[in-house]
Design a protein around this ligand. Structure first.
Ligand code: ATP
Length: 316
């Protein structure tokens, strides 16, 4: 039996040497084996030790013994993901993990790092986004490539079903870690994996392929919206001029405002906040007409002819 991850890597373009984000779990184990076979002597395993998890030391020991057997150097980073922002604990842990992986990669002079998310992860991510009422950006789910902290992260397994990776590991008797938190149904992702995906497989046998196509369609449409927002903001300015915003259609104005807030201030307005902001911009036709609205963790205000963002309430 061939490693399905090897098939995925066959035509994947990377710069060498490269890193593999290796948790010790099934998917990154299959990926590490495939990468070590495809680029002998050029692969570094990068493992993030999650200090708060009681099993983290066992994971690290397991990773060390696999890497020894494969002759792959292992580099370990530590994070203690305490979440102080509005993020969920999982989002905070993920953000801290990418930062730690980038630090590990940069320390070894690696520009590229492979991640092992697969087709099932992509479907789960889309369903989580739908469950939150996400826009196109969320439905685009995980990109195949992205640059974070100066490192290029790749997801070569997004078309590979999880079961194929596990079948190969079982056929080759390759050990991997089962993270106990993966069965904890307090997490939405785990409920979706355990309850929704089996139902989808019955009702829509091709769901992995069709969801992947939808994610790609959403990513393209989302990129177009970002382009349109950049064009509009090139005219309206950053921060945007109120009059220039008023000359746009309501949807286009919403698109420009969302893009400005997110790209310049990492602020994502709720649907209700955005609608209120649009109403206020629309109504702001006279010199003395003010705007003041809470958006995400800050405020949008009128500042003469322009809008302005404050991340703390300005003094009255
Ligand atoms: N502790 C970690 N150290 C290094 N890389 C990690 C770690 N946790 C996750 N990753 C990387 O991020 C990807 C996605 O994380 P996720 O939590 O979905 O994976 P996982 O459940 O650990 O599964 P697996 O190792 O089987 O991929 C992993 O496939 C792996 O490439």
């Amino acid at each position: 039996m061939d490693n399905p991850a090897a098939h995925a890597l066959a035509s994947w373009a990377v710069s060498l040497p490269l890193g593999v984000a290796y948790s010790g779990g099934a998917d990154s184990t299959a990926l590490l084996h495939a990468a070590a076979a495809r680029w002998p002597g050029q692969v570094h395993a990068l493992h993030v030790h999650h200090g708060l998890q009681s099993v983290a030391d066992d994971f690290e020991r397991h990773c060390a013994s696999t890497c020894d057997a494969l002759g792959v150097p292992l580099h370990i980073g530590r994070v203690d993901a305490r979440h102080d922002s509005g993020d969920s604990p999982e989002d905070a842990a993920r953000r801290a993990r990418y930062a730690a992986l980038a630090v590990l990669a940069s320390a070894q002079g690696l520009q590229d790092v492979l991640l092992a998310q697969h087709a099932d992860d992509q479907v789960e991510t889309m369903l989580i986004a739908l469950g939150r009422g996400a826009g196109l950006d969320g439905l685009a789910a995980m990109p195949r490539e992205m640059i974070r902290h100066g490192v290029r992260f790749h997801r070569p397994l997004l078309d590979v079903p999880a079961a194929d990776l596990r079948a190969w590991l079982a056929a080759e008797s390759i050990p991997f870690i089962e993270d106990p938190s993966n069965t904890d149904e307090r997490y939405t992702r785990n409920r979706i994996r355990r309850r929704v995906l089996p139902a989808l497989a019955e009702a829509l046998p091709q769901f992995r392929d069709t969801f992947a196509r939808s994610a790609r369609n959403a990513a393209r449409a989302s990129a177009l919206l970002a382009e349109l927002a950049e064009i509009d903001l090139a005219t309206a300015g950053m921060p945007p001029a109120i009059e220039a915003l008023q000359s746009l259609s309501r949807e286009r104005r919403a698109n420009a405002l969302r893009h400005w807030l997110r790209s310049a201030h990492r602020a994502v307005p709720s649907e209700a906040q955005l609608q209120q902001l649009l109403d206020q911009v629309e109504a702001c036709r006279t010199r003395g007409h003010g705007i003041r609205l809470k958006v995400a963790d800050g405020f949008v205000e009128r500042d003469g002819p322009r809008l302005r963002w404050y991340n703390v309430a300005p003094s009255p």
